[in-house]
Design a protein around this ligand. Structure first.
Ligand code: C5P
Length: 396
């Protein structure tokens, strides 16, 4: 995910510095070359050896030592970096960066880099609330730096308030977004639906399905990583939605229709990975239906076909979860709904379809070309789908 990327991680003196070890670990696991710069204060909280062991690279410490001999290595570091991340960034660090100090190697690196800079503040609530800190952050933001957080919560001082370092996932999402800026979906707006709709029967029951949301969420995440501006319209799912995308939560097919129609206006592509109910109870009972002797019938009515309804020059991609005659059924849906291509999968196979992390899909395009993909992770399937979407958009 971060293959071939050079990421400079600046760690400054906050108790949350231990979380930076996790950031360094996730980035390294993702294939990045991670260069850690620690301030002396940071090294009081976490040993440089922790970072060194994880990144397999020497850690640059003693950054606040005065610059006597201009260090070429650090200029090279600033030059090489694809992104510079400062996490955690203390109030002191933020103040130093805001005035553009270049009196030590850390500030020299930040000042001299042309790479995007992500700053994740962490401090006590009082420091954060101080207008000086607010002004400093505003200055950095207006200079194009990306500020992530801080979050609300319990602070090391025992107080509760704004000042916590955001979750590691949020910092990683910001890095993905920044690195994706030059991606093949940069500047493109994608609407992706996911999850399984729930159609109420009464206040406590609904008609649902086994969709976990995994395929749609993988698509949203992959599109984000390729620079796309993503709106994820999601019915209930088993996993949390990815960060760094606009998330709209819906429950029913009717609500999903409304959100999709609204967001598809002006979008470049619509990918409907949601398992949308084809039928819903005609009326949802206002009170809980009581158990009585004998049978109970629930009258069902058709839901609107969302994909079929959306038009307007955008790329349309559908999914077809099939248990028989996969290609025939999927091809019919492709035509009926006017799609650019459809992604069909066999839901009777244990390693493909609902709830699992893998999928074996067949992609059929409007010319009838059938492409059978091998078993892959859903994240890999997502990239295959987006390769096609990017290709179609480029050819428009
Ligand atoms: O007809 P079927 O439900 O199998 O079609 C599947 C495709 O159509 C999926 O992409 C699904 O998200 C979409 N769909 C829709 N509106 C519905 C039902 C399905 O857009 N009411």
């Amino acid at each position: 995910m971060f293959e071939g990327k050079s990421i400079v991680l600046g760690v400054t003196g906050s108790i949350s510095a231990y979380k930076a070890v996790d950031i360094a670990s996730k980035l390294t696991q993702g294939g990045a070359v991670v260069e850690v710069i620690m301030t002396e204060a940071a090294a009081e909280f976490v040993a440089p050896l922790s970072f060194q062991s994880i990144t397999h690279r020497p850690v640059h410490t003693a950054m606040f030592a005065p610059v006597t001999d201009f260090d070429i290595e650090h200029v090279a570091l600033a030059e090489r970096a694809d992104v510079l991340v400062i996490a955690p960034a203390t109030a002191n660090t933020i103040a130093r960066l805001a005035v553009g100090l270049a009196d030590d190697l850390f500030s020299c690196t930040v000042l001299s880099t042309r790479a995007p800079v992500i700053i994740a503040p962490a401090m006590d609530v009082g420091m954060y609330q101080n207008s000086v800190t607010r002004e400093n952050l505003e200055r950095l933001r207006s200079r194009g730096h990306i500020i992530v957080g801080p979050a609300y919560g319990r602070l090391a001082s025992g107080l509760e308030g704004m000042g916590r370092l955001v979750e590691v996932g949020e910092i990683l999402a910001a890095i993905h977004q920044v690195l994706g800026r030059g991606g093949d979906l940069a500047g493109r707006r994608l609407v992706i639906s996911a999850g399984g709709t729930q159609e109420p029967i009464d206040p406590v029951r609904y008609i649902g399905n086994y969709s976990s949301g995994k395929m749609g969420y993988a698509l949203a995440e992959a599109a984000r990583n390729r620079g796309g501006e993503v709106t994820l319209i999601t019915a209930p799912a088993a996993i949390p939605p990815p960060l760094g995308v606009e998330v709209i939560q819906v429950q029913t097919a009717t609500q999903m229709r409304q959100a999709v129609i609204e967001k598809a206006a002006g979008a470049d592509a619509l990918i409907m990975a949601a398992a949308v109910a084809d039928y819903r109870p005609e009326v949802a009972a206002e009170k809980k239906i009581k158990r009585r002797p004998g049978r109970l019938s629930i009258e069902l009515t058709r839901t609107p076909d969302i994909l079929g309804e959306v038009s307007g020059g955008l790329i349309k991609v559908g999914f077809a979860a099939e248990s028989e005659e996969i290609v025939e059924n999927a091809t019919r849906k492709l035509r009926d709904k006017g799609l650019d291509f459809i992604v069909a999968n066999d839901i009777t196979s244990a390693d493909s379809g609902f709830a699992v992390d893998t999928n074996r899909v067949i992609i059929i395009d409007r010319n009838g070309k059938v492409d059978r993909l091998p078993l892959m992770l859903k994240s890999e399937v997502a990239d295959k789908i987006l390769d096609r979407v990017a290709g179609l958009l480029a050819g428009k």
